[in-house]
Write a protein that binds this ligand. Structure first.
Ligand code: DUC
Ligand code: ZN
Ligand code: ZN
Length: 482
């Protein structure tokens, strides 16, 4: 037998094509794509199923303390299992530096959390909270280990100044790393939140007006300008506004090295969800906050047009109890409620159902948004995110017709913000490097069977950047700029 496993009779979908073929897998890799693969030790019958690259969840918080010090409910075991039941075969959580911590220590901490527990292959985006000169000097070592993306904040106590942001972008740009940014104007948020609280407006619903869309728009515009000046690639996480998405689209249309994502919560929920009785609205506190239906429609247009390259979950699971949302107590203002909501298992079913089944996006766009674009942007293509010879056999097999209510999740949460939504289309089997991770509702893989994925530098080919005249020696009197 020349194959360990064959997937037979399915409809294959990639980011560009849909066709009927069998897949042959050997030693964890795709080695044959042919009309018929008949010589395998083990066979998965994919008749009436869609076979696609496993999802890559590129924005999730797993075994990570929030800025307020609250640990996520999901560790690498429950988080990766829940992701797998949601159609993912790989994920890239954050490894967050603590103030004063070296990057080597940060990575070691997260390796301790991930290695024994993950059922999925994983990488990290590093969160830089304390970019001292020593830490900046450490960055190239981190990139060499295959962690080629990291995130900074423009808000929260852990925010970076514009000058620090420029330094970080510059180091990253020179080493082919991608800087990700949470873009909201800190002072605008703080000023609004203080006014809200001073006026006695402390209920969860006031979280939304305390973080105006304008604060995101201003910060996205600034982040794109800073990245232009530093001549570095930039990724804007969780875009939640129409103008924010337009700024990204404009920059990309002019050649800018800018990528961005939105998240299911901005496509499927609104700020009305924050206005539930008692403290129920706390379940919907995330940042940026939920917006409105016209913003949802605008974000869908940018997803369809490709100016938003990914739909990521921003899974930030804090339970509706004292371990999570109410870590600071029950009699608290919206400012003290842990910030984030779960969604790692619902991202792909929602996107498939509302996107593909309802005709908003093609099946190939679904594959691009859920997997291939993440692999491309984060340096994992063609090993991940691809059905091609030599690629890891990271494959999701979907029943496109099953209609179900996505109420019960496999995460460690006590609520699901998307509960009650009827979806059509469900991942049935997920393979990671050819091994079954989940199959027909059963968990098969052992904790610790996932592997760290070493990622390549960012590939900006086709995104030449937007020239800045003052950086051009013919226009700046030949200035020497180290
Ligand atoms: N940003 C995130 O990316 N996730 C949770 C909260 C936040 O502010
Ligand atoms: Zn964020
Ligand atoms: Zn996040």
């Amino acid at each position: 037998m020349s194959h360990n496993l064959a997937i037979r009779g399915g409809l294959l979908a990639t980011a560009t094509e849909t066709f009927r073929a069998d897949i042959g897998i050997r030693d964890g890799r795709i080695v044959t794509i042919a009309e018929a693969v008949t010589d395998a030790e083990d066979v998965i019958d994919a008749t009436d199923r869609i076979v696609m690259p496993g999802g890559i969840e590129a924005h999730c918080h797993i075994a990570q303390e929030s800025g307020m010090g609250v640990m996520t409910s999901d560790d690498y075991q429950s988080g990766s299992i829940s992701a797998a039941f949601g159609g993912n075969s790989c994920f890239v959580p954050f490894a967050a530096q603590k103030t004063g911590q070296s990057l080597a220590e940060t990575m070691q901490t997260y390796d301790g959390r991930a290695v024994p527990k993950s059922v999925l292959d994983w990488s990290y985006h590093l969160i830089l909270t304390d970019p001292t000169p020593d830490v900046l000097a450490e960055l190239p070592e981190v990139f060499a280990k295959g962690v080629t993306s990291f995130k900074v904040f423009m808000t929260y106590a852990t925010r970076v100044s514009d000058a620090q942001f420029l330094d970080i972008l510059s180091v990253a740009g020179r080493h082919g790393a991608l800087t990700m940014v949470h873009a909201e104007n800190h002072d605008m948020l703080d000023w609004m939140a203080r006014r809200m609280v001073e006026g006695g407006n402390v209920a969860p619903r006031y979280h939304a007006p305390s973080r105006p869309g304008l604060a995101e728009e201003e910060a996205i515009n600034r982040a794109i300008s800073l990245a232009r000046l530093a001549q570095a690639p930039l990724f804007i996480v969780h875009v939640s506004t129409q103008v924010g998405a337009e700024l990204v689209a404009n920059a990309r249309a002019k050649g800018g090295q800018v990528w961005a994502e939105t998240c299911p919560q901005y496509l499927f929920l609104t700020r009305e969800d924050l206005d539930k009785p008692d403290m129920e609205g706390a379940k919907f506190i995330c940042s940026p906050p939920l917006r409105d239906t016209s913003t949802q429609a605008a974000l869908w247009q940018h997803v369809q047009a490709g100016s938003l390259s990914l739909v990521s979950s921003d899974h930030a699971p804090y339970r509706y109890d004292e371990t999570g949302k109410f870590n600071a107590g029950h009699d608290i203002s919206f400012r003290q409620i842990a910030n984030g909501m779960p969604g790692i298992e619902m991202r792909l079913p929602l996107l498939f159902s509302e996107g593909v089944t309802k005709g908003r996006i093609s099946l190939n766009q679904f594959v691009a948004l859920s997997s291939t674009n993440a692999a491309q942007i984060y340096g994992m293509l063609p090993r991940k995110g691809s059905l091609s010879i030599g690629a890891d056999a990271d494959i999701a097999i979907w029943d496109p017709n099953e209609t179900w209510f996505a109420d019960e999740m496999h995460d460690a949460m006590d609520y699901n913000p998307f509960a009650g939504i009827k979806v059509t289309g469900r991942p049935v089997t997920v393979l990671g490097r050819g091994r079954r991770i989940v199959d027909k509702g059963e968990l098969i893989a052992e904790p610790g069977s996932g592997q760290f994925v070493k990622r390549a530098p960012v590939d900006s080919t086709g995104h030449p950047g937007q020239p800045v005249p003052e950086l051009d020696p013919t226009q700046n009197f030949g200035a020497i700029l180290p």
